[in-house]
Design a protein around this ligand. Structure first.
Ligand SMILES: Cc1cc2nc3c(=O)[nH]c(=O)nc-3n(C[C@H](O)[C@H](O)[C@H](O)COP(=O)(O)OP(=O)(O)OC[C@H]3O[C@@H](n4cnc5c(N)ncnc54)[C@H](O)[C@@H]3O)c2cc1C
Ligand code: SF4
Length: 469
């Protein structure tokens, strides 16, 4: 038996949830969102750091807090969804004129179900490039992880990927993992980047590497990996502009892990043929740096689907499948502009030797001089004054949970704590544990490190079944 739906949304990350909520708000209610994990939120669930929502909400949320906003909207708008429902394929049904242009096969614990849908929104996110695609030579021992996998292991499973690591690639995930591993007591020996400017946002270079004195080597690659059972060390080498290694530049690092942050690839493999009525959004369309752009795109795609359904119902020939090409073009222009600004800032710094401080208050990452020039808004000079007199950072990490459905709950400080006391803060956190259930926003420790700054939970953790405590 096939179940018919107007729209099926694949993926319960921010893109899928934003699209589904927007469809309901537009009165398109015969929809179903399918998510393969046992929870909504997508990659946000493992991103326990802050920095989400800065452009759209003008708030500095953590990943789980941002996900909770959309989960709440899903509930308020009565969006029908299934978790632990993996879409295996999306095909065009064979033969005949049919309003239902997509055949969707879904695997759940109960078995396989087929749906027919007038439109599909594929919001299935992206996957990480692995070692093969990064072209790293040497042996293949244990201890080589992608940055996203090591993030999920640490933040969701309470498993430390290694004690000493070299990170390949300076994209945001690699930078964020450099800080995370350092805060948890591991050692990041260096980050190597084959391009001549780092890939990640300047604010992440500042708060994830420079804050902890982690060296970043640009125009540098890993040229060998050593170790039989487990990684024992790596060689890194500088390269010239043609990609050839520079003689005499080889350095060896003893380490037990290699973390790869070498790019993400949109994941749309489940779409078997690009027939009409298939719409992509979020990281399934192209890899977005900022979640706010993803949410806006989800809403925009819902508008495109609405137009498509209207044309279909009026018997008009709908347009070809709409991929948000203008979104891709806007992203390319944004990235090119960011790269230009990074290169320009690096050139100016090298030429004038001017000492600047990177404002980390938003993704723009303005370089501000000590005489308080260079910021794009008034927050910059204020940030620099504080940074010179009393630098502070929000601490985001996790606390152990007993009797919960998860071993950890993500937490944050409600304000900045002195930057040089972050490790002390982590020591305090390591001594804490909470008993499930835990509610998002729950006070974990009052006056944490400083009077008036509390440590609070940033997500909820339910009591595990069979826990009668
Ligand atoms: C480590 C990291 C750090 C980041 N830091 C920031 C930051 O500081 N600030 C910021 O603004 N942005 C940040 N981002 C970017 C932003 O969070 C992401 O771009 C955004 O969350 C992507 O949303 P999405 O819905 O497209 O994909 P995802 O969140 O990946 O969601 C896709 C969903 O689809 C599901 N799915 C996949 N295949 C199937 C299938 N076959 N069947 C059913 N379900 C399926 C997945 O399980 C997943 O839940 C970060 C991203 C990462 C990875
Ligand atoms: S100065 Fe303003 S625009 Fe520039 S990074 Fe700081 S907050 Fe953002």
């Amino acid at each position: 038996m096939r179940i018919q739906k107007d729209v099926i949304i694949i993926g319960g990350g921010p893109a899928g949830m934003a699209a589904a909520v927007s469809l309901m708000e537009r009165g398109i209610e015969d929809i179903l969102l399918l998510e393969k994990e046992d929870r909504l939120g997508g990659v946000l669930c493992q991103c326990i750091h802050d920095g989400f929502g800065l452009t759209y909400y003008r708030k500095n949320y953590t990943g789980p807090e941002y996900a909770a906003i959309y989960e709440q909207k899903m509930v308020e708008n009565h969006v029908p969804f299934l978790t632990e429902a993996t879409v295996l394929s999306v095909r065009s049904p064979q033969g005949g004129e049919n309003l239902y242009q997509s055949l969707v096969t879904v695997q759940t614990a109960e078995g396989t179900t087929c749906y027919e849908a007038k439109a599909i929104i594929a919001a299935s996110g992206c996957r990480e490039r692995g070692r093969g695609l990064a072209g790293i030579p040497g042996s293949r021992p244990a201890g080589i992880y992608t940055a996203g996998t090591s993030q999920a292991l640490m933040n969701l499973k309470n498993f430390m990927p290694g004690r000493s690591a070299v990170i390949v690639g300076s994209g945001d995930i690699g930078l964020i993992m450099a800080r995370r591993i350092t805060l948890e007591g591991g050692r990041i020996l260096c980050v190597v980047e084959k391009e001549d400017v780092p890939g990640g946002l300047q604010r992440n270079i500042q708060q994830c590497l420079e804050d902890f004195g982690i060296p970043l080597f640009t125009r540098t690659v890993v040229s060998n990996v050593y170790g039989k059972e487990r990684v024992e060390g790596v060689d890194v080498e500088s390269i010239d502009e043609t990609g050839k290694s520079i003689p005499g530049s080889l350095r060896h690092y003893d380490c037990d892990s290699l973390i790869l942050s070498v790019g993400l690839i949109p994941d749309e493999d489940i779409i078997h043929d690009r027939h009409k009525g298939v719409f992509l959004c979020g990281n399934a369309l192209y890899v977005h740096d900022l979640v706010d752009d993803v949410s806006l795109e989800g809403q925009m795609v819902a508008g495109q689907v609405e137009t498509y359904l209207i044309k279909l119902s009026e018997g008009q020939e709908p347009d070809e499948t709409r991929y948000s090409y203008h979104g891709i073009e806007a992203m390319r222009a944004k990235r090119a502009d960011l790269l230009l600004r990074k290169k320009e800032a690096a050139r100016k710094k090298a030429e004038t030797g001017a000492k600047t401080i990177t404002c980390i208050m938003c993704p723009n990452g303005c370089e501000i001089t000590h005489d308080l020039n260079g910021g794009m808004c008034a927050k910059g000079p204020e940030y620099v004054k504080n940074e010179i007199l009393n630098p502070k950072r929000t601490l985001t990490t996790s606390v152990r949970v007993t009797g919960g459905t998860l071993p950890l709950v993500s937490v944050k400080t409600t304000g900045g704590i002195p930057k040089d006391q972050m490790m002390e803060g982590m020591k305090l956190v390591s001594e804490l544990f909470v008993t499930a259930p835990v509610e998002a926003g729950q006070l974990i420790r009052k006056d944490f490190m400083e009077e008036g700054i509390d440590l609070i939970a940033t997500k909820s953790v339910k009591k595990a079944a069979g826990n009668f405590a």
